[in-house]
Design a protein around this ligand. Sequence first.
Ligand code: GUN
Ligand code: ZN
Length: 461
Amino acid sequence: MNTITPNGYKVTGIRGQILTFKADPFICEPSQCYEYIEDGLIIVRDGKIVDVGPYTSIRADYYMLEDKDIDVYDGADSLIMPGFVDCHMHYVQLPMVGSYGDALLDWLNRYTFPAECMFVNDEFAEEVAQIAMKQMLEHGTTTANIFATTYPGSVDAIFSESERYNTRMIAGKVLQDCNVPEALADKSAEESVAMSEQLLKKWHNRGRQLYAVIPRFAPTSTPEQLKLAGELYQRYIDHGVYAHTHLCENVNEIAWVSELYPESKSYLDVYDKYGLVDHHSVFAHCAIMGEDDWQRLHQAGSSVAHSPSSNLFLGSGQFKYWEAKDKKRPVFTGIATDIGAGTNYSIIRQLGDAYKVAMINTHPIDALKSFYLATRGGAEVLHLADKIGSIAPGYEADIAVLDFKATEYQGWRLAFSDDIIEKLFVIMTLGLDNTNRATYVAGHKVYDRYRDKQFVYPTWS
Ligand code: GUN
Ligand code: ZN
């Protein structure tokens, strides 16, 4: 084995306690859905995982690999997992996270739209994109499904920064041609969708970047814009382009949609009429849904993003995971921060909030199911479960390393937990902001909490 490959990548290893998912524990027998290796070794080549297994059984196969090229994490301190997937967030809302006092529609007008107007300035967009990428990587998020805003510079900024880290990100221009401030509004439906198509051609499948067609939500697009957005999506769906929007988040929002579209059977039906409900569609929230809507999402192969801290913060609806994941007609479901309505960037902290929302409805959700949603489940939402979200041969080497000793108290508390699943439940419940210690993107350690320079762009020489 040559440890430098023709592409200039080194073969490297990551050793430690490993947990990954193979199947959906909402559907299959949970004990069969995950793989846990107490002392494992992951072998990475050209950005991909080529081997993984118990250290003692595979180290000898890679005898050319020098010890110095293996990062070692002590199992008492750390857990190696797939990088987290944030199924819905607005990087342009970083400047207004934690804005006081309003529910969704007033909050949009008072805080969100003014913040997004600032992105008319490309330099500001670049600055925020850099901070957003750092926040995600610091928290172990390696893939996110991201709203930019109206201005094309806001799309270029987030993709460019993602490209520098070589992360697999999905993003797109937000289409909004009514009911937003003049400065944020698209000038015409045709022009806005043409601009979206140009950005799609520029970014979709450029390296690891993927494009989404993003009408913000039904009230901020004219019927003409929704129609053209649906047509654009349908033209490119077979190339892996996504549709991404909001659905059924809050009672007043739902009432507004039914005033705007009195002829539609439901909010979902508005999107359906324009071809936006299909197998690459991701709907954020879905907190107040009827059975017909769930049936339709299941039938279409669409996905939903559960954003618990956002729903709690804005006093929106309560997501019912047991409805979404009903075995009779399961809907792909993942976890999302929904920054800036979400109150933090950590997917693990979202899991703690998701547990509490579920408990209000007496449906506890265990750690196994929770961490599945945060990793492989998120990858399934994005129809990328053959590429990301698992630690197995052939997968892109996007990895998070959790820190059991993030604080003295957490380390002490975990000593009272008997097994890894119990430990994970404590970690999500304590909800510390610094649970992640290192993040690998396509095999490169781009973030290390204990390194002098915490964030680095990958280099291949
Ligand atoms: N619905 C339409 N736009 C938004 C947004 O920016 N955030 C949230 N949470 N919901 C929305
Ligand atoms: Zn949102």
